[in-house]
Design a binder for this molecule. Structure first.
Ligand code: NDP
Length: 415
């Protein structure tokens, strides 16, 4: 008799089967069981256990005059320390300003259409825009009832295609499923009218949900023991300029921003792949790929600005399903998707400031390595009560790698 497929088994039976296949011992099997939560079996296929990541908080992030505590989930040691550092410098300079912006997601219905038909088809679509909006709203009437829903239809010409972009106000949700339902309804309607519909799905380039955040950082907050604040400001502005003209640098500039944004988005229970896709698409929207945040000097210091597409929800998807997610919202006291977008964008700008200030002064490795030493110590087998001693030993060395970390641990154990 053939084996049952894995998806038909209970999580316990799956673990048992996988333990046999991969030679997991009882201790490993018990670990997977301890980490499992019954509810998550409903969320993903072939569920066996949870994968834990460290969670920390950014304290005192000042946004629009309110101070936030922001939970962040990340495995990268320097991220939360850097976010706190950037947030503190901005708070002491007056805080972040992030005005409420529109929260619309585009449902994209793509028609196969020869370029010489474009004008005629486009005209038909625009003439029937109200009907398309009605079809979209009828597919998800609850969204309109709560004050949102399909708002506008735009048509974009592409080689061989026409994209019918339906802009939907998704209120407090991220909106992917709601908009997909609406886009498919519009797609079926257009098929019935005789159009050749290729696809109907949301776009993750959320140009209807662009969040801008600005801040001013004083020279006093930029200065180091050996460098004047104005000199640090000048270098940060140059690094910012470089990220506008070189995509190699821009990719790393944006990775630094996303370090903070992803960590805050994961802790909020939102879809971070979607945020990543949107951010990078926007960074190359209509121009070569470039840095998302910019910094310019003035007499008193630096002015920073970040604009990033963010469609975030405080309801829907798997948000607030877990106890962890509920606790995170209680910690942050964020009560709307607009507030969440403002806070997340501010974290991104704080993260960028901390990274650029480090680059402009001591270099990125000085702070990073202190924190990486802790992971290195753990990775070579140091126990909790040995980590400090290993880190102290590594700090005295000119050259640090796994080998030297192992040797340091062995020496500590011998002594
Ligand atoms: P849901 O499908 O869960 O829809 C939102 C839910 O929230 C609806 O049930 C809605 O109720 C309810 N709701 C309650 N109050 C409100 C309110 N004030 N405003 C808005 N909705 C409210 O989630 P989303 O549509 O947000 O989709 C997000 C999920 O889709 C994520 O899990 C994401 O990973 C996934 N996804 C992402 C894709 C992508 O490309 N990024 C693609 C496909 C899925 P009601 O039913 O009454 O409207």
């Amino acid at each position: 008799m053939s084996e049952q497929p894995l998806y038909r088994l209970t999580p316990a039976a799956r673990r048992q089967r996988l333990a046999q296949t991969a030679n997991l011992n009882q201790e490993q099997l018990d670990f997977l069981k301890r980490q499992a939560s019954p509810m998550n079996n409903e969320l993903v296929e072939n569920y066996i256990s949870d994968y834990r990541l460290p969670m920390g908080v950014v304290t005192d992030l000042l946004v629009n005059g309110r101070t936030y505590l922001v939970p962040m989930v990340t495995e990268e040691p320097s991220v939360i320390a850097a976010a706190n550092n950037g947030a503190k410098r901005v708070r002491l300079s007056g805080g972040f300003t992030a005005p409420k912006q529109t929260h619309q997601v585009i449902g994209q219905v793509v028609l196969v259409d020869q370029p010489d038909h474009h004008e005629r088809t486009k005209q038909w679509l625009l003439d029937h825009a109200d009907q398309l909006l009605q079809v979209a709203n009828a597919a998800r009437p609850s969204m309109k009832a709560r004050g949102g829903g399909a708002r506008q239809v735009k048509v974009r010409e592409l080689p061989g295609y026409l994209s019918v972009d339906v802009y939907v106000d998704v209120q407090e949700a991220m909106g992917a499923n709601s908009v997909n339902t609406m886009a498919e309804a519009v797609g079926h309607f257009l098929s019935d009218q005789g159009f050749h519909v290729l696809t109907a799905i949301l776009s993750n380039l959320f140009v209807g949900s662009l969040q801008t955040v600005t801040c001013h950082v004083t020279n006093e907050q930029l200065a180091t023991k050996t460098m004047a604040g104005s000199q640090v400001a000048q270098r940060i502005a140059q690094l910012s300029e470089l990220a506008q003209v070189d995509e190699f640098r821009a990719a790393t500039h944006n990775k630094g921003i996303m370090n903070g944004i992803d960590a805050a988005v994961i802790a909020s229970g939102n879809d971070w792949r979607s945020v990543e896709a949107g951010a990078h698409a926007y960074a190359a929207d209509g121009h070569p790929y470039r840095g998302l945040a910019t910094w310019q000097t003035d007499k008193q210091g630096l002015r920073g600005q970040l604009t990033i597409p963010l469609s975030l929800g405080i309801v829907g998807g798997s948000i607030k399903l877990s106890q962890q997610s509920k606790i995170n919202y209680q910690l942050s006291q964020i009560h709307s998707s607009a507030e969440l977008a403002a806070v997340v964008a501010s974290i991104g700008l704080a993260q960028n400031l901390a990274a650029l200030r480090a680059l402009a002064t001591t270099g990125i490795q000085a702070g990073h390595m202190q924190l990486q030493y802790r992971s290195l110590a753990l990775s070579v087998g140091a126990k909790d009560d040995e980590v400090d001693a290993v880190v102290a030993a590594l700090q005295k060395l000119d050259h640090v790698d796994r080998q030297t970390a192992k040797q340091a641990l062995e020496k500590i154990r011998r002594e």
